[in-house]
Design a protein around this ligand. Sequence first.
Ligand code: NAG
Length: 138
Amino acid sequence: MDKPSCLVVLFVSFGLLHQSVIGVQMEKLAGRKRCADKDCSYVISMAEALEDYGAPDCRYINLKRGQMIYVYSKLKPVEGAGVFWSGSVYGDRYVDQMGIIGYFPPNFVNETQVFVKKTVELPTTVSFSTFTHCIHHR
Ligand SMILES: *[C@@H]1O[C@H](CO)[C@@H](O)[C@H](O)[C@H]1NC(C)=O
């Protein structure tokens, strides 16, 4: 290989490496959230997915248009972080996904029924179910 083409190969492989490193970096999530109770164990509301949503990593859930979702928490919108809610999908057709709580963007859903109006503010921590779900997928 002559010198210029060698350099091209070097640049291309560096570019790919760089891309994969960025791919591994997870999006920052807000540090505070609002839940129905201090354990975030109660459903705040019921929502319907208006569009399909593909989870970018294992902290998120996939949504299919028309799916019903139990909303468990709402991250407080902050500078530099996207707006996300956490929840799990509900329905007979999605038994394999039921109980998996993950994040999704609220603009993909329509909140159809609000059960809890008075919410509490808490620090955002990765829930155990999200953690085990992530381990499962690695
Ligand atoms: C959202 O849900 C409400 C109540 O079920 C409904 O009336 C409204 O049409 C829905 N909006 C959209 C955009 O689907």
